[in-house]
Design a protein around this ligand. Structure first.
Ligand SMILES: [Zn+2]
Length: 51
């Protein structure tokens, strides 16, 4: 597997799967979780609007 840059800190790391774009640093894992929550909240809002 080739190395990719972390989207949060820019450090190159070897992802465990294709969808992993944050390295394993705690800061970056926190950022990943926060981004996921923003994404989910946005989708939930879209979902509510559609109902
Ligand atoms: Zn990182």
């Amino acid at each position: 597997m080739e190395q990719v840059p972390c989207v949060h800190c820019g450090k190159f790391f070897i992802p465990r799967n294709r969808s992993q774009n944050y390295c394993t640093k705690p800061d970056c894992q926190r950022a990943r979780k926060a981004a996921w929550q923003r994404y989910k909240m946005k989708n939930d809002a879209d979902y509510r609007i559609q109902q």
